[in-house]
Design a protein around this ligand. Structure first.
Ligand SMILES: Nc1ncnc2c1ncn2[C@@H]1O[C@H](COP(=O)(O)OP(=O)(O)OP(=O)(O)O)[C@@H](O)[C@H]1O
Length: 327
């Protein structure tokens, strides 16, 4: 089992707004929120917490020292859950997800021609990638690399061929299985604050409280994983540096927990420090999930690459021998 990383702990005010609650349990001080219905739904989230939440509910008349001990216990459960989810030791259902040599991503004979055009941007593209590994696609500008990522992300439908993500023949759409981080993520930002961007689209309905709690824990782990814990949540995402814009876009995807993460030129335009940070981030993500990266920065990414393909002009993909390749 991986050692648990130290996770940052949200301020009560941030957590309350993430969960869209008036009052909430303050993870930092252990002070208990006042809304009793929240305790009930909170306790249902994980069985291990049920007892402690129940005790907390009963503890309001107890001596402050005993109450504080209970709060510390609950705090540990929350942090462990976030850490386990973050490290991939436990997935959403609490099951372990072992690595496998079987293809996790299988693309067979994919061609793509945009509607209303006569030109194939992708031509008979095939690739396969095992679970929890990193595939690199490189090639000349205009060869079709971004188009392939868009097709893999379900943003464009192949004219021919098939794409499978995951081990079993899932009915889920590619858009729900894959997450894409674009080269210029700010073009796709929708909100005016970092917090709104991270929580965009979350249901506000009272009955979705459990889901929001789960998302909030993932959000905590994601913000930490991308190194954004020190960025104020009320900052406008468009005013972030290029490196932090990309981190934010990546955090948004990590909260979604896609099976396949697609990154388009994650190092382009960043200074050396941000590039090193992103390479380290990719290193830690690899092993937890499956990544396909489009990049021109072969040297920096070389140690992380399991499989590599060159995209040739006209959308022809060919696998390349890579020093660390297992094939
Ligand atoms: N909807 C479209 N209709 C017609 N042509 C398109 C469309 N989208 C992209 N193209 C063209 O397809 C080719 C491949 O574009 P794509 O962005 O996939 O290349 P790329 O390899 O990612 O390039 P870069 O490295 O510069 O990002 C380019 O010539 C582009 O102009």
């Amino acid at each position: 089992m991986h050692p648990l990383p130290q996770l940052p702990i949200f301020k009560a005010s941030s957590l309350a707004s993430i969960l869209k609650l008036p009052d909430y349990y303050n993870l930092e001080t252990g002070v208990y929120y006042r809304n009793p219905s929240s305790v009930d739904s909170f306790s249902k989230l994980h069985h291990s917490r049920e007892e402690s939440a129940e005790k907390v509910k009963c503890s309001q008349g107890l001596h402050w020292r005993r109450r504080r001990r209970m709060m510390t216990m609950m705090k540990k459960v929350v942090i462990c859950q976030a850490a386990l989810t973050h490290t991939g030791v436990v997935d959403n259902d609490g099951k372990t997800t072992p690595n496998s040599a079987h293809p996790f991503v299988q693309v067979e004979g994919v061609s793509y021609r945009p509607p209303g055009t006569q030109l194939n941007l992708l031509n008979n593209v095939s690739l396969s990638l095992p679970d929890k590994s990193l595939g690199l696609i490189y090639g000349r500008s205009g060869s079709g690399k971004t188009t392939l990522l868009q097709v893999l992300a379900g943003l464009a439908t192949p004219t021919e061929g098939s794409i499978r993500i995951g081990r079993d023949s899932s009915e889920r759409s590619l858009a729900s299985q894959a997450g894409i981080v674009f080269q210029f993520p700010e073009r796709y930002f929708l909100a005016d604050t970092v917090l709104e961007e991270l929580t965009f689209g979350w249901s506000r309905r009272a009955e979705d409280m459990l889901l929001r709690q789960q998302l909030a824990m993932r959000l905590q782990a994601a913000v930490f994983a991308v190194g954004m814990a020190d960025i104020p949540f009320d900052k406008n995402p468009r005013t972030l540096s290029d490196g932090y814009k990309r981190r934010l876009a990546l955090a948004v995807q990590l909260v979604r927990m896609p099976d396949l993460l697609l990154l388009d030129e994650p190092l382009a335009g960043l200074d050396w420090k941000a590039r090193a940070d992103v390479v380290n981030l990719l290193r830690s993500l690899k092993g937890e999930r499956t990544l396909i990266v489009v990049s021109h920065d072969l040297k920096e990414l070389a140690p992380l690459v399991d499989r590599a393909w060159q995209m040739e002009m006209g959308g022809h993909l060919s696998e390349q021998l890579w020093p660390s390749s297992d094939s």
